[in-house]
Design a protein around this ligand. Sequence first.
Ligand code: PEP
Ligand code: MN
Length: 338
Amino acid sequence: MLLVMRPDATQAEIDHVLETISTNGLHADISVGKYRTIIGAVGNEEILVDVAFEAMPGVERLIPVMRPYKFVAKEVQPEGSTIKVGSALVGPGQLTLIAGPCSVETEEQALVSAHAVRDAGATILRGGAFKPRTSPYAFQGLGERGLDLLVECKRQTGLPVVTEVLDARDLERISEVADCLQIGARNMQNFLLLREVGMQQLPVLLKRGFCNTIEELLMSAEYIAKGGNDQIILCERGIRTFEPETRATLDFAALTVVKQLSHLPIVVDPSHAAGRADLVLRLSLGAVAAGADGLMIEVHPNPSQALSDGAQAMPLAEFEGFARHVALVRKAVQDIDR
Ligand code: PEP
Ligand code: MN
């Protein structure tokens, strides 16, 4: 890290900074300019993370040199990691289709959806049993019963399942059913929950919070990886902006930026970004062109009857055509990274 001293910093203040760096075992590199002294702390700067340099007299500014994450950093696996979710793969060279209802509602709704998405090429089924709803009066998911329905979907279709965990107390039960644990946007910085899933054996789909930066997303992934679980799939699902026409604004640039910074795969959820079904196809085509490793799509056999997120649900009957269009764009862009 670089420590920029104030123009009026005294020699004693400079010496104090130099001493703090060397007592922590790092090398201090001093550069004395006409107006300012700049001190470089060379070595493992992570050791200095809790030193309050900016509170020291004479220090104007601290500039970190290293990225604040290491397990999820690109250098760990420059070719990119591939995550196995049951029989499906998510990673370089794949375009994994994850699809299913927002919430599992009834046996018929769940099974019809699971069969249809599998037949159209989806290789992972999504479906919420425990739902994070803005209103406490809205449908909160079927809970345990929803998990039982997901088991039946798996049994009949063979598809692996991703489902959301809201509460660490449900982890044991959910892990009996899920092939991948979803951490939703609202819980991206629930650090206790991140620590808990970091101790599990199952892969984790970590969604970007709608008010979080790319670096914060990667730091949340770092929590999970630090616990020993590096089977992480990131998900861009739109961020909150001033634009009210859509539920969120899909951050296409995040896909390339994440790939430059991290080895983890990233999928896109255009359904929650758009908040409306009529935009989902175009956002998906854009996401594929922008480098998504997969897409997560909400579908429903009858969106007007859905108990959650009906406005953004793609009618099940349209999913096969959707998958065909996605495959066309994938074909057009698949040589880009070679
Ligand atoms: C979901 O995928 O069902 C969901 C609630 O999404 P998000 O956490 O991105 O809002
Ligand atoms: Mn939803």
